[in-house]
Design a protein around this ligand. Sequence first.
Ligand SMILES: [Zn+2]
Length: 371
Amino acid sequence: MKKDFYEILGISKNADAAEIKKAYRKNALQYHPDKNPGDKSAEDKFKLAAEAYEVLSDPQKKAKYDQYGHQAFDGSGGFGGGGHGGMNMDDIFSQFGDIFGGGFGGFGGGGGGGARRAKGSNLRIKVKLTLEEIANGVEKKVKVKRKVQAPGVTYKTCSTCNGQGQVMRVTNTILGRMQSASTCPTCSGSGQILDKKPSEADSQGMILEDETVSIKIPAGVVDGMQLKVSNKGNDAPGNSIPGDLIVAIEELEHEFLKREGENLHYDLYISFAEAVLGISKDIEAINGKVRIKLEEGIQSGKILRLKGKGIPSINGYGNGDLLVHVNVWTPKTLNKEQKQFFEKNLSDDNFIPNPEKSDKSFFEKVKDMFS
Ligand SMILES: [Zn+2]
């Protein structure tokens, strides 16, 4: 079970932006790798705090997190190598480096000797999904333009850092004098520089290549959720590993169905006569039509719950329901005979509203739905 982001930062759910930033800064300084050399648990806490801050400092992500929790960002099981969508040290410093007040450059010490393999940048795409695709899961093929090493390109060891990818420097920070490692300016951290390249390659020996990437999207994803396909981002020069392809989910509006978490809502309109006499109706459900029977004398505002006809939970814990809202359509004009018929019944006891206890009011029904 993943720890709550608010708990990680030691703040309440009502904390404002300034408190969140302050709490992150405190955590980051306490667990900074340069202050805790070789301490793996400090490094983990440092990463967790950054992950928490990345979400809570972004109003949109924060809203999603408050509503859906970790599942809004974790990607999913079985996705491109899975893992939790954690951040690596380079991400942290490139995104939040300034929060440390300029004292810290890059990340030192972590690799345990030898050059770390540089990682290429991430690519981001948006994938639009219909509600049907979301309900059933889908495999999407997308075209991406990735930077890859040109055929025939060669690299040699960088002489500035001797292939380490980092250079050491001493800085004065609010925490005192610190020795920190920063990314080598000559090779950008890869430890290697260009040796020979074909003419069509850029100054780093890279070319753009079209690639079709197949993305397995699990059932139950939510609009705004981001999935990660490992190593399908841009490659970097030298002995490096490619960045990731980040896939943002966009949900297309459905013609008849409204989604609310895992439940779906459908507005059914029936005539006054149908309500009085009872009728069978076809409902547009997510995977085709479903026939439902309306009892004679059904009341407008009644909500019928079709169990399991909603959206599957992304965690695999069953399906939501389809809630059919019954609306009785009142004719706006009547001809003379119809008018006479209803006028005759105005004083008929049988037509006078007489709700029973079981005919819950709209507000009670809404209350029930969320309890
Ligand atoms: Zn270098």
